[in-house]
Design a protein around this ligand. Structure first.
Ligand code: F6R
Length: 249
């Protein structure tokens, strides 16, 4: 079987994180002014830890890099422990040297959220678009907060989160899905797919089914990650449990 997606399978989660961090590090060394698209979530925590280590121990510098995060909740600010901005400070920005003015975030507290989405698209375009976009995948196949739907939206937009996504994010909201904001802002499908290179990372058996559909299944708005199959330069980094339903092992 021929895959357009490059699939890399590792023995465990730590090996996935090391390989992904090494890839990001060499991309940053080759192109110090790289524009990175970054995810939050449980999956990339070990990768961010490894990048912080490379910064501290090997002098890996992000001083000229530019970052854009994929998404943010509506109605909470950067001081809220559930906000993605807070997460990024804890896991990445607080331990590396990306200058604050080069860090880009959607502001879920903006008065006019539609204008905020337009502003973000403009900032991404002015930065020259993403060179490398790192992605996680939701158990339902979402990327960023592009949830399964009859139609997907191309550019950065406001989104109503699915109940399952709110459950998956409950840990940072006292374990109560009801406290997770109902809405978020997210880069759109085209915003993501325009990145020059994409790497999607998934670990754990809970992701095996959506990974299998993303790689072997048809393109469908019901599994937004399936659109990665159309990308010319996309890779998927998996541990064995996440790869367990694939026909490639
Ligand atoms: C978060 C994001 C989401 C997550 C996805 C997986 O910025 O873009 O699409 O990547 O929900 O989350 P985890 O890694 O917690 O399973």
């Amino acid at each position: 079987m021929v895959f357009l997606l490059q699939i890399r399978i590792f023995d465990n989660e730590q090996q996935v994180a090391s390989a992904l961090a090494d890839h990001i590090a060499s991309a940053v060394r080759q192109q110090p002014g790289i524009v990175l698209g970054l995810p939050t979530g449980r999956t990339p925590i070990a990768t961010y830890a490894e990048l912080r280590r490379l910064h501290a121990e090997q002098g890996l510098s992000f001083a000229r890099a530019v970052t854009f995060n994929l998404d943010e909740f509506v109605g909470i600010d950067a001081s809220h422990p559930g906000s993605f901005r807070y997460y990024m400070e804890q896991h990445f920005f607080g331990g590396v040297d990306v200058p604050p003015e080069r860090i880009h975030f959607l502001n879920g507290m903006a008065k006019d959220l539609d204008t905020e989405c337009i502003r973000y698209e403009r900032d991404i375009a002015e930065a020259g678009g993403m060179d490398l976009q790192v992605l996680g995948i939701g158990g339902n196949g979402h990327i960023g907060f592009n949830e399964p739907a009859d139609e997907l939206i191309a550019s950065t937009h406001r989104v109503t989160l699915h109940a399952g996504t709110r459950r998956d994010n409950a840990a940072s909201f006292g374990g109560d899905p009801e406290r997770v904001p109902r809405e978020a802002l997210s880069m759109g499908m085209a915003t993501i797919l325009k990145a020059r290179m994409l790497i999607l990372v998934a670990t754990g058996a809970g992701k095996a089914r959506c990974v299998e559909r993303m790689i072997h299944g048809p393109l469908t708005t019901r599994l937004p990650a399936s659109f990665l199959q159309m990308h010319r330069s996309a890779a998927v980094y998996l541990d064995r449990p996440a790869a367990s339903l694939l026909a490639v092992e």
